[in-house]
Ligand binder design. Structure first.
Ligand code: ARG
Length: 465
């Protein structure tokens, strides 16, 4: 590819080490598509005849087909990188015509283009799986009806919420992850082809045409930037690492809620493993791996940031190091989402246990204080009185609802008979009657709203495809 000016062969260990083909071979479909766009632009300029263009396009189609059908096709002990590999195949198939294709282009713009195409496809696939995950959560939430559970702050039972309200929390996080990926897609969707090695192509290539052919919004605006920045890769990996963080929080709660101590969730055997030592065990491995992979995704962000930090313009071979974290983060995040869909779909909730747990432990204390406030007691005073009543109950081993009216009135004279109906589970849920709150009517509205958002995201996805 570049041996002309060299008088000595490369050190053989270094030569092997500097190759990217072992990992960038997965960019072959993108390399083929970008090469076809470049070949057509060369033909439009008259650099390739129409017969030469046809034989190149046929050869590209052949390589695409062969690579898809036969894993051994990708074995090439000579190829330095995916660009070199494809050129070697084209020369084998078309002779000198294959050698003409590199006119007016550089591997620097090729890798920048291939990686963008790769990340764009990864985003599309991830987004469609994210929508499926959110739909699965929505289904579970709908099926849970008006069932309640305790919600926690500081991991201490705080107030009851609908199970659906809890589930929708994760839908919101995941939809923001979906949107972040969409933002990244929009910003990366500009075509570097025609940027050359650094200063722009040496032929007046139809950049607009190449961009359109590859589904890009437009050509990139600056050749130095186009060949040297990997901010799109960083943004992508940052977005998926945040997705990983969200999934890890979900996984952690599912693990916790599936313990015998909580007993809220029954995890599917299909996503668990046993212990070789303890015969009774069923361990939540899928969820633990999802939680663990979040660390790996965060590591990919660090790797990319540090690789790019302080790099002088424009292309530097350091940039080759940005590929593997992108591939790994893309594979890892997709597997996490797919496994999360499976666990979510197949898990079962023990609504009886969740509900029972939502009815004890003074989770109606805030509603009780609100009751006193509704009788004209200043909230701070009400808070103090209920706190004393709770303390009294703790000594007695009972709940607020178990206290007689006279007992309650020792703590404040404003207590009346209607107190008892103000602190039932359904009253406590119902009093959170604000948009975004857990009152059942509000949660039903949130479910409908989510359903609509999912529908419009699906439509947008089909528009891309
Ligand atoms: N394999 C290289 C990479 O991934 C391709 C670009 C090589 N360019 C160069 N000037 N050596 O970064």
């Amino acid at each position: 590819m570049w041996s002309g000016r060299f008088r000595r062969p490369l050190n053989s260990e270094f030569e092997q080490w500097q190759r990217s083909f072992p990992f960038d071979k997965r960019l072959l479909p993108q390399e083929i598509a970008a090469s076809a766009a470049h070949a057509k632009a060369l033909a439009r300029l008259g650099v390739l005849s129409s017969a030469e263009l046809k034989s190149l396009l046929d050869a590209l189609a052949h390589v695409k087909h062969a690579a898809a059908g036969d894993p051994h096709f990708l074995e090439d002990s000579e190829a330095e990188d995916v660009h070199h590999f494809l050129e070697r195949r084209l020369v084998e198939l078309t002779g000198d015509i294959g050698l003409k294709l590199h006119a007016g282009r550089s591997r620097n713009e090729q890798i920048a283009t291939d990686l963008r195409l790769f990340v764009r496809a990864a985003i599309d696939e991830l987004q469609s799986n994210l929508i499926e995950l959110v739909e699965t959560i929505l289904e579970k939430a709908k099926k849970s009806g008006d069932q309640a559970m305790p919600a926690h702050t500081h991991l201490q039972a705080a107030e009851p919420v609908l199970v659906a309200h809890w589930l929708l929390t994760y839908a919101e996080m995941l939809l923001r992850d979906h949107a972040r990926l969409g933002d990244c897609r929009q910003r990366l969707n500009y075509c570097p082809l025609g940027s050359g090695a650094i200063a722009g192509a040496t032929l007046p290539l139809d950049r607009e045409g190449m961009a359109v052919e590859l589904g890009f919004t437009a050509p990139t605006a600056n050749s130095v930037d186009a060949t040297s920045d990997r901010d799109f890769a960083i943004e992508f990996v940052q977005a998926v690492s945040l997705l990983g963080i969200h999934l890890s929080r979900w996984a952690e709660e599912m693990i916790l809620f599936s313990t015998r101590e909580f007993g809220f969730v029954r995890l599917p055997e299909t996503y668990s493993t046993g212990s070789s030592a303890m015969p009774q065990k069923m361990n939540p491995d899928a969820l633990e791996l999802i939680r663990g992979k979040a660390g790996r995704l965060a590591g990919a962000v660090t790797a990319l940031l540090v690789t790019c930090k302080g790099l002088p313009l424009a292309y530097n071979k350091d940039l080759q190091e940005t590929q593997e974290p992108v591939f790994d983060a893309s594979d890892t995040s997709l597997q996490c989402v797919k496994n999360a869909i499976g666990v979510m779909r197949e898990c079962e909730f023990d609504f009886a246990r969740m509900g029972a747990s939502a009815e004890c432990g003074f989770m109606n204390a805030m509603a009780a204080a609100t009751y006193l406030a509704s009788k004209g007691v200043p909230f701070r005073t009400a808070h103090e009185s209920i706190g004393k009543a709770v303390s009294f109950c703790l000594d007695r081993g009972c709940e607020l609802a178990d206290l007689k009216l006279e007992e309650l009135q020792q703590f404040h004279a404003a207590f009346d008979q209607d107190f008892y109906s103000a602190i039932t589970l359904s009253a406590v849920l119902g009093c959170h009657d604000v948009p975004g709150g857990t009152a059942p009517a509000r949660v039903r509205a949130a479910l409908e709203n989510l359903e609509q958002r999912i529908r419009s995201l699906q439509e947008a996805l089909h528009a891309h495809a």
